[in-house]
Ligand binder design. Structure first.
Ligand code: ADP
Ligand code: MG
Length: 216
């Protein structure tokens, strides 16, 4: 069973043929809950979904792969382009990529969506926790530093955040607990994953287009 292309790894059929791959792409302010929900979703899917799950956390990816990138608009666009490309590759190979960057710009998010080729699907999750709540949490002390002017280009304080108009799931963590957030995202993911044959939501939810038309 020689493979023609070295990039085509022979995937175990029980993983690759049940359903196409998918990207779950989180966006939201720092401290909104992206990493917390993304990790809980990854654990949940590893227990319930046959597809391999790859978690691409924004902070981890930046630190591990391109800590030379800054937070100016051009660097943020590059960051999302790279994360989007890796995520699309995972999905093309039948896996689930969970990406959790801030992704403040609409153009970059739409480009990430457009990179995912059907039948793989793309689910945009807006963690829409209000700025005041994120700042009150200030998990990493970054808002205080940004307010003091010690950090520039800080999203929500000194850099813009464009709320998505095309989110598939919107979660405000001040009113939605973690378990409910995971449930809602899993349902949206399974509804987007057409062609499944496992015992899950794809059997009860009517199929819908796997990848909405991208804007740019
Ligand atoms: N319902 C919730 N969902 C997710 N996180 C929550 C929720 N309620 C409170 N939190 C807290 O909010 C913080 C979010 O931090 P984090 O997940 O690192 O955010 P981000 O990755 O968006 O910067 C964590 O301290 C988490 O415990
Ligand atoms: Mg995070």
């Amino acid at each position: 069973m020689p493979s023609k292309s070295p990039s085509r790894i022979a995937l175990p059929t029980d993983r690759s043929t049940t359903r196409p791959g998918a990207v779950v792409f989180f966006t939201g302010l720092s401290g909104s809950g992206k990493s917390t929900i993304a990790r809980a979703l990854a654990d949940d899917l590893r227990a319930r979904d046959p597809r391999l799950v790859t978690l691409l956390d924004g902070d981890e990816i930046r630190a591990l792969l391109w800590d030379d990138l800054g937070y100016d608009a051009a660097s943020r666009a590059t960051n999302i382009k790279r994360i989007g490309w890796i995520a699309a590759l995972v999905a093309e190979h039948g896996g689930i990529a969970i990406a959790a960057p801030i992704a403040p710009f609409d153009d970059a998010r739409r480009a990430a969506r457009a990179m995912v080729r059907p039948p793989a699907s793309f689910v945009l999750v807006h963690v829409a926790t209000p700025l005041a709540a994120c700042e009150a949490r200030d998990v990493k002390g970054l808002y205080a530093r940004a307010r003091r002017g010690e950090i520039t280009d800080f999203t929500g304080v000194s850099a813009p955040y464009e709320p998505p108009q095309d989110a598939d799931v919107v979660i405000d963590t001040t009113t939605t607990d973690l378990a409910t957030a995971v449930d809602r995202i899993r349902e949206a993911l399974w509804a987007s994953s057409v062609g499944g044959d496992s015992d899950d939501a794809s059997a009860v939810n009517p199929p819908r287009p796997t990848s909405p038309v991208a804007g740019s």
